[in-house]
Design a protein around this ligand. Structure first.
Ligand code: HAM
Length: 415
């Protein structure tokens, strides 16, 4: 037996219905905030992620699906979508077009991580990117979109965690200070922190290993190292969030795992999830477009893990598909039934036709196994009168109705 690749999953009906509903709700919300959809390729040149995300990040150093194509080009299955969106914006000069300043995406991403609950190798994100707006209001409004989406999905106990990671001006002196303060206590740090101290010192800050906590707590605080412009920006984002009545917690040690961030970073976590509690992650990335050969344009965005959101969402009520199971008996009935099914579908009803003649008793059994909501029974008498027997499979009641009335009755109930 051939099974799905480790860390990937098949999405089956009716579970897939929840995905469709989440996507529909998100699209509506994104459009109300002025976002248009972008769909970028799953395959990108490896160089894009090395330059965009940073070669010292876990994603680029250990988690990418990278391979050579037949011409020896290095390609990578996208581990996230921000770099691809930025590439597309630069490539098509979308930064000159206000119409393309707000983009959203929904789709699969690939990371070679150890699979566990809420963590997959193929997972799905929905996200937004706001381009060319450097004002703190764009950060706060972007966060509001995430909060609205989680509210609409009924996510309990979601918390916004906020921080500023400074900019190219104030971060290098802070990092030097951090390194100097951690160096004398390096023996108290875990192996990961020791390695990061060399490759990406800022990342030591959000280490979760208990024994590192006292050392990191004693280190200089990132928010105290911000330059005046970054501190002002951070303050303004918080003020606008307050104005929008969005509650948040400032977490001065949150730095996130992608190198393109400047100033605002944020995550939304939910207690309804286990160890993998981050539902949404994002922040500001002024400078990314420039690093990819584009203009010096601002950027802010986030992405949400759809598998995680769906885990935290309350389940949908059960659903029956097909709505109507159409069974028949008697000579000459089948031809009429095929046409009747098309008529009903044209009137918006989901119908499954039985292609073999069966006794109504056996047809009803089959309707039950199919989990249909209604059975429509057509025999010679019904053919004659053009009144068909519609049986309610929940209550057992039945009525004789003309085709249009069958459609009207079935459509009364939302699917
Ligand atoms: P990220 O924090 O790497 O950010 O991912 C965002 C979200 O994707 C996470 O909070 C989580 O819900 C989900 N996620 C990540 N990895 C996995 C996985 N292996 N399995 C399941 N879910 C996962 C980014 O990707 C940035 N591109 C966000 C962004 C957009 N920043 C600016 N614009």
């Amino acid at each position: 037996m051939i099974t799905a690749v480790k860390g990937t999953q098949d999405l089956l009906f009716p579970e897939v219905r929840r995905w469709q509903q989440l996507e529909a709700a998100a699209r509506g919300l994104f459009e109300r905030y002025g976002f248009g959809e972008i769909r970028t390729p799953l395959l990108e040149p490896t160089e894009l992620f090395v330059r965009g995300i940073g070669d010292e990040t876990d994603i680029v150093a250990k988690e990418m699906y990278t391979f050579q194509d037949r011409k020896g080009r290095s390609l990578t299955l996208r581990p996230e979508n921000t770099a691809g969106v930025a590439r597309a914006v630069v490539e098509h000069r979308l930064h000159d077009s206000p119409q393309h300043a707000r983009l959203y995406y929904i789709g699969p991403q690939f990371r070679y991580e150890r699979p566990q609950k809420g963590r997959y190798r193929q997972f799905h994100q929905m996200g937004i990117e706001i381009l060319g707006e450097g004002a703190p209001g764009a950060d706060a409004e972007g966060i509001a979109v995430a909060v609205d989406l989680l509210d609409a999905a009924g996510i309990p106990a979601a918390t916004v965690q906020l921080n500023s990671v400074g900019c190219a001006e104030c971060r290098p002196p802070y990092v030097a200070l951090l390194k100097a303060s951690l160096a004398p206590r390096v023996s108290e740090l875990c192996g990961d922190c020791r390695r990061r101290l060399e490759t990406n010192p800022l990342r030591t800050l959000d280490c979760k290993v208990p024994s590192c906590q006292p050392v990191l707590d004693a280190a200089p605080r990132l928010d105290e190292g911000l330059c005046a412009a970054c501190a002002d920006h951070h303050r303004a984002v918080r003020e606008i969030l307050d104005l929008l009545r969005i509650s948040y917690r400032v977490r001065p040690r949150m730095v996130r795992g992608l190198d393109y961030y400047v100033r605002t970073v944020f995550e939304v976590t939910s207690e309804a999830l286990g160890a993998q509690d981050a539902l949404v992650g994002g922040g500001r990335y002024d400078g990314l477009l420039r690093a990819l050969g584009g203009p010096d344009a601002a950027g802010f965005g986030w992405a949400l893990g759809m598998e995680r959101l769906l885990m935290a969402m309350p389940p949908l009520p059960g659903e029956r598909l097909p709505r109507v199971y159409l069974a028949w008996s008697g000579a000459g009935t089948y031809a009429r039934v095929l046409l009747l099914a098309r008529e009903l579908r044209a009137m918006g009803v989901a119908v499954l036709v039985e292609h073999q003649e069966r006794s109504f008793k056996s047809a009803l059994k089959r309707a039950d196994r199919l989990n249909a909501r209604w059975a429509l029974l057509v025999g010679e008498e019904e053919l004659e009168s053009e009144l068909y027997t519609l049986k309610d499979l929940a209550s057992g009641g039945q009525q004789a109705l003309a085709a249009a009335d069958v459609a009207a009755r079935v459509r009364e109930e939302a699917p």
